[in-house]
Design a protein around this ligand. Structure first.
Ligand SMILES: C[S@@+](CC[C@H](N)C(=O)[O-])C[C@H]1O[C@@H](n2cnc3c(N)ncnc32)[C@H](O)[C@@H]1O
Length: 280
């Protein structure tokens, strides 16, 4: 068996951090060499290479597009869980959705976007809330869009198959039993929930496809990886997509402050969210 050894040189680190920043906007600060090593050693091994330096040599050769994609995807962090941080979902259920459903009573449409959705726990949480608490949406055009940069993680999200550890994180037992079916050692989201979601590949720093005007945008735990300029650019684009009375959620360590003054920070129950402010 080929083993990849820990030999990452400074120039390899620079090459990888430039590549990753260019393709995904993720910033790898100096000192993150260990992270590159640990994420890319398995990729090197899979390619039959002995080290990440050899992997970098392969990436420098022409025609390395597929490998480049693999490397960028391997450098993303896919940490997520069902009902992550809880408060945004409580706010969605008790205040935001009732208000938006009231506002949209005539047009009977609702669009929600789970951005940088990783393996799908966030969007399936939203789908279960809709199904469990809002039977009045039957007959409405509800679009639940989930997107990520990574084709690999999107394939997992689409399948909706989770292991016991994943379902143990945040998912209430009654919801597990109601909306998942057990298959061997794993649990799969039932089709009635899975079919509510449209998955698509969107790289936040590339051109966005045409999207419906969004009532709620979840843009959580992804801006943290970007430079302030990239955050500004993405928040500006999100503002164009969000409806004037819509809501946006960011991750707990993220804010629009000092980045986009058009957003107001509001508290709904115990959740913090962002709304487009009225012009002065
Ligand atoms: C930490 S996960 C966040 C998952 C989920 N939003 C949550 O809060 O639980 C970050 C996700 O951002 C995605 N990502 C990183 N850079 C991206 C980019 N430029 N465009 C779209 N998604 C990106 C990664 O693939 C990863 O799945």
């Amino acid at each position: 068996m080929t083993t990849a050894t820990a030999t990452l040189t400074g120039s390899s680190f620079t090459f990888i951090s430039d590549l990753v920043r260019e393709r995904s906007a993720i910033v790898l600060e100096p000192g993150k060499s260990y992270l590159v090593e640990s994420r890319l050693s398995p990729v090197a091994r899979e390619q039959g290479l002995h080290s990440v330096d050899e992997l970098v040599d392969a990436l420098r050769r022409p025609g390395a597009q597929a490998l480049t994609r693999k490397v960028v995807e391997a450098m993303t962090t896919n940490e997520t869980s069902f009902f992550r941080d809880l408060h945004p979902f409580e706010a969605l259920k008790t205040s935001i959705l009732p208000e938006l459903i009231n506002n949209r009573a005539r047009e009977r449409t609702l669009s929600i976007w789970s951005n940088a959705c990783s393996s799908g726990q966030e969007v399936y949480t939203i789908a279960m809330i809709l199904r469990e608490h809002f039977p009045q949406l039957t007959g409405w055009k509800v679009r639940l869009i989930a997107s990520d940069l990574s084709t690999q993680i999107l394939a997992k999200a689409r399948q909706g198959i989770f292991n016991q550890t994943e379902v143990n994180r945040g998912l209430p037992l009654p919801m597990l039993l109601k909306y998942f079916q057990k298959s061997g050692l794993t649990w799969q989201v039932k089709d009635e929930i899975r079919n509510m979601v449209e998955f698509c590949e969107i790289n936040l720093v590339e051109a966005w496809p045409v999207l419906p005007p969004m009532d709620v945008i979840f843009l959580r735990n992804v801006l943290i990886y970007f430079s302030p300029e990239t955050k500004k650019e993405i928040l500006g684009k999100a503002r164009q997509v969000l409806r004037p009375d819509g809501y946006m959620f960011l991750g707990g360590a993220e804010t629009t402050m000092n980045l986009d003054s058009a957003f107001d920070r509001v508290t709904v129950g115990k959740a913090t969210c962002y709304r487009i402010g009225k012009p002065c």
